[in-house]
Design a protein around this ligand. Structure first.
Ligand code: ADP
Ligand code: MG
Ligand code: MG
Length: 251
């Protein structure tokens, strides 16, 4: 599904190298987790994959189902099936949440050559999915993320993800700032979307989320690279011993 080879990325305006030759392969239908200390480049990786401005790829490649992601505009990446749930979801004053969702869903359907959803069908779907995530009707009417609590923003990201039914879902610390109940809702939302044709990259600081979203593969990232890959037991090792043992072992 996703194949990254030797990816090197620096800041556009500064001489600062952030990703230093990152290799990562996520198979179709699998859930991979990335853990790693603060500042190791996890968010940068997700930004670069989604096409955010401000970063320059100096070497390497990233392909989604064999297509060059780095060559695509952000909206083309979304149309190709990539979705990023942000660590810090953006507020969009003046744009109603429902309007935003409907525009995004229809843009994606159009890019895939599918017909627009009727207003009725859209409403039915969004209400059902919002209910599962305990997002109330009022939150659907308010401007996107404006005045939402941290937990509400994260649940709203999962609602967007559920509505867009992407192939490759990247969740950047979607668990940070969530209480246990909100985290369970987010995890349930993700688990409901797990399927043979869909892959996930779950970036997290804590093993806690991975108790609910069971990963197939766990990677440890440090200083701009994946330095260790293993099974779910690797996340437990981090939980118990921190990163220092693993980092000492691979350095
Ligand atoms: P993580 O998500 O693993 O905590 P980040 O990708 O956010 O790491 O950051 C990696 C490093 O790059 C950090 O040292 C961070 O300060 C730096 N960095 C990332 N984006 C920017 C930016 N736009 N301007 C300045 N420094 C940045
Ligand atoms: Mg961070
Ligand atoms: Mg981050």
């Amino acid at each position: 599904m996703l194949e990254i080879k030797g990816l090197k990325v620096k800041l556009e305006d500064e001489d600062k190298q952030i990703l230093k030759g990152l290799d990562l392969t996520v198979e179709t239908g699998k859930v991979h987790a990335i853990m790693g200390p603060n500042g190791s480049g996890k968010s940068t990786l997700s930004y670069v994959l989604s096409g955010k401005d401000g970063y320059e790829v100096t070497d390497g490649s990233a392909e989604l189902e064999g297509e060059d992601l780095l060559d695509m505009e952000p909206e083309e990446r979304a149309a190709a099936g990539l979705f990023l749930a942000f660590q810090y979801p953006v507020e969009i004053p003046g744009v109603g949440n429902m309007t935003f969702l409907r525009t995004a869903v229809n843009a994606q359907r159009k890019a895939r050559g599918e017909e627009e959803l009727s207003a009725g069908d859209f409403l039915k779907e969004v209400r059902a999915k919002a209910k599962d995530l305990k997002i109330d009707a009022d939150m659907l009417k308010r401007p996107v993320n404006v005045g939402f609590s941290g937990g509400e923003k994260k649940r709203n990201e999962i609602l967007q993800m559920a509505m867009l039914s992407p192939k490759m879902c990247i969740l950047d610390e979607t668990d940070s700032g969530l209480d246990v109940d909100a985290m369970k809702l987010v995890a349930d939302g993700v688990n409901a979307l797990r399927s043979e044709g869909r892959s996930f990259l779950v970036i997290t600081h804590y093993q806690r989320l991975l108790d609910h979203i069971k990963p197939d593969v766990v990677h440890i990232m440090a200083d701009g690279r994946i330095v260790k890959t293993g099974g779910p037991e690797l996340a437990l090792e981090v939980e118990n011993n921190g990163y220092s043992d693993i980092l000492a072992e691979v350095s």
